[in-house]
Design a protein around this ligand. Structure first.
Ligand code: SAM
Length: 225
């Protein structure tokens, strides 16, 4: 028998495990119609993030990389009506589409979209000295993953959860990338991030490879000691 397509398996899992979410489906369509790239997390991954936020009892979530607000909406649902999500995005169009989508999904009151380069936003958050974040989801320019992980520790507390998306990249993570190509620089950023996860004594980390609607990839998970 032919090997099943992992994307079909994702469809099956969505049908069996996820309630229909018409507003969230429309939000994804709105993002695609506005020309945003189709690089948001998949449905099963989005719900996974929501459940992770719930398991961690997260009330304050930081997201790096908003796009059209799809993962943001799942995280906002995970923190509940009394929780809060701060999400970083440097493309004004993405931020506008995300704001519309968050409103359509009824979670705009608990999300703050910070427009600008995420490194600057994270520095500003440090300077503001607010309450620590309980969970940080890193899903933006992979070149800065190492910096984002260091800043996530600084903005977190003992017990904070850090999730880093796209750490396998169809296996490309195994070898250094070509610094002259964007894909290569992304791989190198991912590898730097994994080095930080493995070597920073304040972190306890693992990573899982995944297949599904988004091909062969994976995410890293860490807890701040
Ligand atoms: N987390 C989103 C989801 O799953 O729905 C997907 C995020 S997408 C993979 C990455 C986003 O990060 C893009 O919207 C991109 O514009 C944004 N981005 C890239 N580099 C950035 C930076 N230096 N600062 C802020 N945002 C950045």
């Amino acid at each position: 028998a032919a090997v099943p397509d992992p994307a079909d398996v994702d469809k099956y899992l969505v049908e069996k495990l996820l309630a229909p979410e018409p507003e969230m489906a429309k939000a994804r369509e709105r993002a695609h119609a506005a020309g945003l790239p189709h690089i948001e997390v998949s449905e099963v991954q989005g719900k996974f993030l929501m459940l992770l936020a719930q398991i961690a009892g997260a009330r304050r979530v930081l997201e790096i990389g908003t796009l059209g607000g799809y993962s943001t909406t799942w995280l906002a649902r995970g923190v509940g009506p009394d929780g809060h999500v701060t999400t970083c995005e440097y493309e004004p169009l993405h931020a506008r589409v995300a704001a519309d989508n968050l409103a359509a999904c009824g979670v705009e009151d608990r999300v703050d979209i910070r427009i600008g380069a995420a490194l600057d936003t994270l520095d500003a958050l440090l300077a503001e000295g607010g309450e620590p974040f309980d969970l940080v989801f890193i899903d933006a320019d992979k070149e800065n993953n190492g910096h984002y992980i260091d800043l996530a520790i600084a903005l977190g507390r003992s017990g904070s959860v850090i999730v880093v998306d796209n750490v396998v990249r169809e296996g490309a993570v195994l070898r250094p990338g070509d610094p002259l190509s964007e894909a290569g620089r992304m791989v190198n950023g991912v590898r730097q991030g994994i080095d930080v996860l493995g070597s920073n004594p304040r972190l306890d980390a693992t990573a899982l490879q995944t297949v599904g609607a988004k091909g062969w990839d994976g995410f890293a998970l860490a807890v701040v000691r």
